[in-house]
Every structure is written in C-alpha cells, then in structure tokens.
Ligand binder design. Structure first.
Ligand code: CP
Ligand code: NVA
Length: 305
C-alpha cells in the first residue's frame, strides 16, 4: 500500500527512526565515499508548489537526481488547479504520470484530498498547518549535535505556526520535552497539543514569557513572525512579537552548549538577531544542508519499493 507523509502523525516511532537513520547513513556515505545510493532509477517525482520555496524545492529536486530519478516542477498557478479543476481529478490524472508527489500549498485539506485520490505517495512540503519534512530534518540535526532527541529540552520562541505544530506532532510520536513561548493569541493549536500529550513521554509547556521557556534548554528554535500567506499582518506582528526575538540575552539563559535553530528564511533583527544567527551556537547552515539528506531518505523510504 502506498504511504503518504501528510503530517508527522503518519509515522510510527519505528518509521521515524528508520527515516532518521537512513538520512544519517546516506549523508555519511555521500560525505565519505561520494556514494549517492541511486535507489529511484527511472522514477519521476512531481513537485506542485503554490507558495515560494528555495530550500525545500531545490533539496527535493537535488535529492531526486542523486537517487537516480527525475523530477518535474509544477507551479500550481500555471496549472488547471488555478482554474478550479477539482482536486480529485488532478490527483487521479497525475497519479498516472508520476511515481510520487511533493506538494506545498495553503490548505491541509487540499493536501489530504489529493492524497485520498492519488495512488502514489504524497509528501507535504508545507501547508498553513504543518511542515513535517522540515521537522524531520531538524530532528536529524539535533541528533547530530546532541546524539539524541529524547531527554533534551527544546524551546520554541515566536509564532505558534506550521513548523511549531509539526514539532508538537513529533512529540506525539517520539515523546519530546518542548516549551513554547508565544505572544498571547499566537500559541500553537491546543488540539494538536492535546493529541501530543496522549504520548505519556510528551512534556509540553506553553508560556507568554520567552525567558521562562528557554531556561537551561538544549535547543532554541525560532521562525518568521509572519508566515507565507500572512504578509499583510507583518507590520502589526512586528510590534506584538518584539519581546520574542532570539538574541544574545535570551540565548544566555539556555544551557551553555545550547544550539540555535531556524528553518530559514530568516529576518535578521526580527525573530533572530544577526549576532545569534551568525554566532557560534547557530547550526542553521547544517540544518539547511540536512534537508537534502533527509529528503533523500524520505523519498527512498516512501518510493523505492
Ligand atoms: N525551510 C524551508 O522550508 O525553506 P523554503 O521555504 O526555502 O523551502
Ligand atoms: N512558517 C514559515 C516557514 C517557512 C519555511 C512559513 O510558513 O512561511
């Protein structure tokens, strides 16, 4: 049966660990022997993007080339989707041309419907609600720097957005210790938190005080204050989120060897200071590189059989 990655809740802990270790192994083989493990020879991946992307698009396309396959980039606005062709029709047609599809769009429901009608693996490359492939690559990066993902304190500072929601889903599967510092009204979805707490190992704290969230943590994570599609709120959010900047004063409250993460693109001087982004505790460039290795692992696990 085909397997999708629509949210991290689609993965069991075993799936998670398999993908994480596959990504780490693929990275090691590439770095040490130049091996690219072409497990997808002759396969075609489609990428439908309805929002901009630098990292996710290019890392998936490069991943597909390294795996021996080919990709087709599809700008959603140039398709009949933009002229209201029903999702279920598009999904059934593209299934007949492609072996897998990566989709970046606004509505999670669009993605879910696409997956219901497609017979090929559908991978969520970001919706308004979730960004699962990002958090897989983030956890890979945490593994590299800290040797584990459990028994670590991870703080999220800023907007309770799609990436934050995927961290919470990761906790539903893995049982993580997460603290979120968000302005009042911008916290992550309480239903997503409630679900994650069904995993007895989940420790999830939400506060409106960034200083409280980061005390002694091993990882500080931030993301833009206004996600794609919310650009019109940017000026207003800059005022509301002002006290939620990850800067040196905040980082000092974390453990001395804490790492600072950001999925990028970053707005220096807003959610993160230049000094921290470019400083010794920032791991953002390795984190970004890992999108390539993680996406190779995701495609390999979902499409190679
Ligand atoms: N982090 C991330 O998803 O970046 P892009 O928007 O450039 O793909
Ligand atoms: N939360 C951000 C992530 C970008 C990769 C957005 O949705 O724009």
């Amino acid at each position: 049966m085909k397997k999708d990655l629509l949210t991290l809740l689609d993965l069991s802990k075993q799936d998670f660990d398999l993908i994480l270790h596959r990504a780490l192994d693929l990275k090691k083989a590439l770095k040490t022997n130049g091996e690219s493990a072409p497990s997808l020879k002759g396969k075609i991946l489609g990428l439908i993007f309805d929002k901009p992307s630098t990292r996710t698009r290019v890392s998936f396309e490069a991943a597909m080339i390294q795996l021996g396959g080919t990709s087709v980039f599809i700008s959603a606005k140039d398709t009949q989707i933009a002229r209201d062709e029903p999702v279920r029709d598009t999904a059934r047609v593209l299934t007949r041309y492609l072996d897998g599809l990566v989709i970046r769009t606004f509505s999670q429901e669009f993605l879910n419907e696409f997956a219901r009608y497609a017979d090929i693996p559908i991978i969520n490359a970001l919706t308004d609600l979730y960004h699962p492939t990002q958090v897989l690559c983030d956890i890979m990066t945490v593994m590299e720097y800290k040797g584990r993902y459990d028994k670590l304190k991870i703080a999220w500072v800023g907007d309770g957005n799609n990436v934050a929601n995927s961290w919470i889903n990761a906790s539903a599967v893995l049982g993580l210790n997460l603290s979120f510092a968000c302005p009042d009204g911008y916290e992550p979805d309480p239903e997503i938190i409630k679900n994650a707490k069904k995993n007895k190992k989940s420790r999830i704290m939400v506060t409106n005080n960034p200083l409280e969230a980061v005390v002694d943590v091993d990882v500080i994570y931030t993301d833009v204050w206004a996600s794609m599609g919310r650009e019109d709120e940017h000026a207003h959010r800059k005022l509301i989120f002002k006290a939620f900047q990850v800067n040196q004063d905040l980082v000092k409250k974390a453990a001395p060897d804490a790492i600072v993460m950001h999925c990028l693109p970053a707005h220096r001087g807003e959610e993160i200071s230049e000094e921290v982004l470019e400083g010794p505790q920032s791991v953002v460039w390795d984190q970004s590189e890992n999108k390539l290795h993680m996406n190779r692992a995701i495609l390999d696990v979902l499409m190679a059989s």
